[in-house]
Design a protein around this ligand. Structure first.
Ligand code: ZN
Length: 438
């Protein structure tokens, strides 16, 4: 297991100080983003006083933006609200109007949410700008920190409305979506002081956005299991949903000899284990799950005639995923044949993934190593705003370890120390982007 570097050792300290121009080791780089998420974790930044719920275009959203706007201003940014309610803080580059590196995540939450899912990425963006601003340092590009109003879809039946809005706009159908009280998105924007007829202005023009980077809690257990504070995301998983139905012969449990059976349930069980084995033995980021098992009959004394398994296969890379799905199909056919059954194998859904930009991901890996952490590459099994923004700009993502991999839950937890690594890695990433040239 990897051990964190000893920052008190003078040689290590010297090496880091030499590498970083700025005073990156001040403790509040990790402390402040966490403290700010904690501050936003209760009313009036939540609709409920019992748990955290901050849906899009609500009073709690407004309160959070007011406070965030102050933090952005204090960090040296000029702040504006776009027509979709995304709060954008801009730290101008050496040349006014230069293309911007966007650093963002979402500020909305699910009901009974943790305090860090989304918000931590925004706070890390503010922290990163504060470091450059404090050092009086301007870059050849601008940095814009963006707090997307909606990603979770906890108010309207759609997700990533706001990151999609800056990449590909907002459709008339989306503006007509209603919340549980029958209020449309258009009406909610108006009530928030925005003009729904101007939502198209939220779309970023070509050339305005240099790249997009998002830091987010991992929402999984990989970093924790390897003792790593942060990790580099290679992409958001491409997902396949498959349905496999074994068709045998229903029969009497007492009168059908074992050698004359075509037991679909037993075949299905072998199928479940085959999916598990193929995905466990496959590529590192390949995951496969049978989440549902259904039989035509369900009784003590009946041999099942039909059994259906529902399979979810994900990998960061589409080819890896498709190859695994094909391997699964062949194995299941072999199981059916050996047991004298037939197999129906159907692809139910193909959700494309979103690879992060290889060049930016390499830079992020180097930035992580710059702060003394081995660059662990990992896939994101969950969706993020980066997927939507990838339509208009190259994207990179950084994951932060969260306790037990728990998220979408008030028990969500991160440490100051891990967040400090993330903040310093974000700064190092910006420096590497600067060094690479535009
Ligand atoms: Zn999130």
């Amino acid at each position: 297991m990897w051990e964190p570097p000893l920052f008190r050792r003078p040689d290590v300290m010297d090496a880091i100080v030499a590498r970083q121009v700025m005073d990156l080791l001040i403790p509040d780089m990790g402390l402040r983003p966490v403290a700010r998420c904690d501050a936003l974790g209760a009313a009036p930044y939540s609709e409920s006083s019992a748990f955290l719920l901050r849906p899009y275009l609500t009073a709690s959203h407004r309160h959070a933006l007011d406070l965030l706007s102050d933090w952005m201003t204090e960090a040296g940014m000029s702040v504006r609200l776009d027509p979709m309610g995304n709060l954008i803080g801009r730290y101008e580059g050496l040349t006014p109007g230069a293309p911007a590196l966007l650093i963002g995540s979402h500020i909305d939450t699910v009901p009974d949410s943790g305090r860090y899912d989304g918000a931590l990425g925004v706070m890390l963006g503010v922290e990163c700008v504060a470091a450059f601003s404090r050092a009086g340092r301007r870059l050849p590009f601008a940095i814009e920190v963006i707090a997307f109003g909606d990603e979770e879809g906890s108010r309207f039946p759609a997700s990533m409305l706001c990151s999609k809005a800056i990449a590909s706009g907002v459709s008339a159908e989306a503006l007509a979506l209603t919340d549980q009280n029958g209020v449309t998105l258009a009406q909610s924007l108006e009530a928030f002081g925005l003009d729904p007829s101007r939502v198209a202005e939220a779309v970023r023009r070509p050339g305005e956005v240099l790249a997009y980077v998002e830091a987010h809690i991992e929402q999984g257990p990989v970093l924790e299991s390897e003792g790593l504070p942060i990790g580099v995301v290679t992409g958001i998983a491409a997902q396949l949903r498959l349905r496999a139905k074994f068709v045998g012969t229903a029969g009497h449990a007492g009168t059908t000899p074992m050698n004359l059976r075509a037991d679909a349930l037993a075949a299905g069980a072998a199928g479940v284990l085959a999916v598990e084995r193929i995905c466990r033995d496959g590529a590192q980021d390949l995951v496969g799950t049978v989440g549902k098992f259904q039989t035509s009959t369900s009784a003590f004394n009946v041999i099942a005639g039909e059994a259906e398994i529902f399979i979810d296969v994900r990998a960061s890379d589409r080819d890896t995923r498709n190859a695994a799905a094909e391997h699964i199909r062949q194995e299941l056919e072999g199981i059916a044949e050996a047991r004298g059954l037939s197999l129906e194998f159907v692809q139910v859904q193909d959700l494309p993934g979103c690879p992060c930009d290889p060049e930016l991901t390499r830079l992020m890996g180097e930035a992580v190593e710059d702060v003394g952490v081995p660059a662990r590459m990992l896939m994101s099994g969950a969706g993020h705003d980066a997927m939507a923004v990838a339509r208009i700009a190259p994207v990179a993502m950084l994951f932060i370890r969260c306790e037990g991999g728990v998220s979408h839950n008030s028990a969500e937890q991160v440490t100051y120390e891990d967040t400090g690594f993330a903040a310093r890695a974000m700064v190092a990433f910006v420096e590497r982007l600067e060094a690479r040239g535009l």
